[in-house]
Design a protein around this ligand. Structure first.
Ligand code: NAD
Ligand code: MG
Length: 413
C-alpha cells in the first residue's frame, strides 16, 4: 500500500465506549475553525478533554477559552503575548502552563496525552506544528490546507511512517472523504473512482465583471455569501485561490492528479463536493454550510456525533445550480492548476506569494486584481525544484515571500 491516510482496522474514537476522554490539542484555537472546534467539544465534555490551546497573540480570547476548558497548556506564538498571558494565569491561579514560539506549538502538537490535533493555524505558520503532530502519530484534523500544499509528499510520508491519521476538515475534502469507499488508499482506479468533483461557491464576486473586480475593497472581499471565516481564507475564496489550494490539497489527500479533479461552481454551497464512479454513480455529501459538521465528523470518525448544526431543509434550498469556473476572471485558479502540474516547490512558491499578496491587499497597499499578478510574477521569477526536504520547502517559501514583497514595493516606486 503506497498511500495511507487512515490505518485499518479503523479504531473507535471519541470515547464512545465509556473509557477516558480523548485528549485534544487545538492549534489556532482563537480563529474561526478553533472556535467552532471548541463549540463541538463543549457539547461532548464526557468524550473529549482539551489538553492544549494555541493562538498567535490574541491573549484575551485565549484566556477566556482557558477559563472554560482548563487546558494543561496554552501557547502564544508571540513572546510578549505569552508574558501577558502568564501574568493573568498566575494572578487567577489557573493550573495552565504557558509556552511560546514555534517550539511551544510543536511541543503541544506532540504531547503524549494528546490523541487528536486540530491543525487550524492559518498559512505557512501551521506547517511545522502540523508536521510535529504527524511525527508523533496523532490523529490530525487538518484545516490548515497551506501546510499540505507546501509540503505534500513530506507530510503524507510523515503520516504514513508514523502511523498517524489524517482526516480532512476542509468542507470539500471532508465531503469527498465521506463519499469515497473506505479503502480508497488502494488508489482511485482500484476502487472504481473516475474523478472528484470539487465544488466552489464562486465567492462574493462570482458574477462581477473585470471593471468591478478592480475596485474591490478588503471589506467586500471578506463578506462571503455562505460561510463565515477568517480574513485570509475569505480573500482566497474571493480570488478563487482557495479552490486552487484545495485542488492541490485534494491531490495529496486522495493520491491523485489535477486532471482527475473537476472544479464545479455551485453557488448555494449545499453540496460540499462529489465523487464520480466508473459505473456512472455520483456520490455527494450535503449539509447546511457550517464547519461544525466536518469537525464533528472527523473527530468522531468512524462514528457520528451531534454538532449543533442546523438541519438541511431541501424545500428551503429549492434548487441547486452548477457552473463552469471562469479562469480568465479568476486567474488564481489557473495559476494553482499550473503549479500543481509543475509540482516540486511550485505549490510552496504559489502559496507564499499568495500569502504576501493577500496581506498587502488587506493592508490597503495593493488592489484585489494585483493578487494574481504578484503570484504569477513570483512563480515566473523563481525556479521550482524537487521538494525533497523540509529545508528545501522552507527555502522556497522564504524566497517567494522576498520576491513577492520586492515586486509589491516596485509597484509603488
Ligand atoms: P483565522 O484567521 O480565523 O484563525 C487563525 C488562527 O491561527 C488564530 O487562532 C490565530 O491566532 C492563529 N495564528 C495566525 N498566525 C499565526 C502564527 N504566525 N503562529 C501561530 N498561530 C497563528 O483562520 P480560520 O478561518 O480559522 O482558518 C484556519 C485554517 O483553516 C486556514 O488554513 C484555512 O484555510 C482553513 N479553513 C478554514 C475554514 C473556515 O471556515 N474558516 C474552512 C476550511 C479551511
Ligand atoms: Mg473549503
Amino acid at each position: 500500500m503506497e498511500f495511507q491516510l487512515t490505518a485499518p482496522p479503523y479504531p473507535s474514537s471519541g470515547n464512545f465506549s465509556g473509557g477516558a476522554p480523548v485528549g485534544v490539542t487545538v492549534l489556532g484555537a482563537t480563529g474561526s475553525i478553533g472556535v467552532s472546534t471548541l463549540d463541538v467539544i463543549g457539547r461532548h465534555p464526557d468524550r473529549y478533554r482539551v489538553v492544549a490551546l494555541t493562538a498567535n497573540r490574541q491573549v484575551d480570547r485565549l484566556l477566556a477559552q482557558c477559563r472554560r476548558f482548563k487546558p494543561e497548556f496554552v501557547v502564544l506564538a508571540d513572546s510578549d503575548a505569552a508574558e501577558q498571558a502568564q501574568a493573568h494565569i498566575t494572578s487567577e491561579g489557573l493550573a495552565t502552563t504557558v509556552l511560546t514560539g514555534i517550539e511551544g506549538l510543536e511541543t503541544v502538537a506532540s504531547l503524549e496525552q494528546t490523541d487528536q490535533v486540530m491543525a487550524a493555524i492559518v498559512g505557512a505558520a501551521g506547517l511545522r506544528p502540523s508536521l510535529a503532530a504527524a511525527r508523533a502519530g496523532k490523529r490530525i484534523l487538518l484545516a490548515n490546507k497551506e501546510a499540505l500544499v507546501m509540503s505534500g509528499q513530506l507530510f503524507i510520508d510523515e503520516v504514513r511512517d508514523n502511523h498517524a491519521e489524517l482526516l480532512p476538515i476542509d468542507s470539500e475534502h471532508n465531503a469527498i472523504f465521506q463519499s469515497m469507499p473506505v479503502d480508497f488508499d488502494r488508489g482511485l482506479d482500484a476502487v472504481g473512482v473516475e474523478k472528484i468533483l470539487l465544488t466552489a461557491s464562486g465567492g462574493p464576486f462570482r458574477t462581477a465583471d473585470a471593471a468591478q473586480l478592480e475596485k474591490v475593497t478588503p471589506e467586500q472581499a471578506c463578506a462571503h455569501p455562505n460561510w463565515s471565516m477568517g480574513r485570509k481564507i475569505s480573500v482566497d475564496s474571493a480570488t478563487m485561490m482557495n479552490k486552487g489550494l484545495e485542488l492541490i490539497e485534494a491531490c495529496w489527500l486522495f493520491g491523485t492528479t489535477p486532471d482527475r479533479i473537476q472544479v464545479v461552481i455551485h453557488p448555494q454551497s449545499v453540496i460540499h463536493s462529489m465523487v464520480s464512479y466508473v459505473d456512472g454513480s455520483v456520490l455527494a455529501q450535503l449539509g447546511h454550510p457550517d464547519m461544525r459538521t466536518p469537525i464533528a465528523h472527523a473527530m468522531a470518525w468512524p462514528q457520528r456525533m451531534t454538532s449543533g448544526v442546523k438541519r438541511l431543509d431541501l424545500f428551503d434550498v429549492a434548487r441547486l445550480d452548477f457552473e463552469v469556473p471562469d479562469l480568465v476572471r479568476f486567474p488564481c485558479l489557473r495559476l494553482a492548476y499550473e503549479a500543481a502540474a509543475e509540482g516540486g516547490t511550485a505549490p510552496a512558491i504559489l502559496n507564499a506569494a499568495n500569502e504576501i499578496a493577500v496581506e498587502e491587499f488587506l493592508a490597503g497597499r495593493t488592489t484585489f486584481t494585483d493578487i494574481p499578478v504578484v503570484v504569477e510574477t513570483t512563480l515566473n521569477k523563481l525556479t521550482a525544484v524537487p521538494a525533497e526536504s523540509l529545508d528545501i520547502v522552507l527555502d522556497a517559501d522564504r524566497a517567494a515571500r522576498e520576491t513577492a514583497q520586492d515586486f509589491v514595493k516596485g509597484m509603488h516606486a
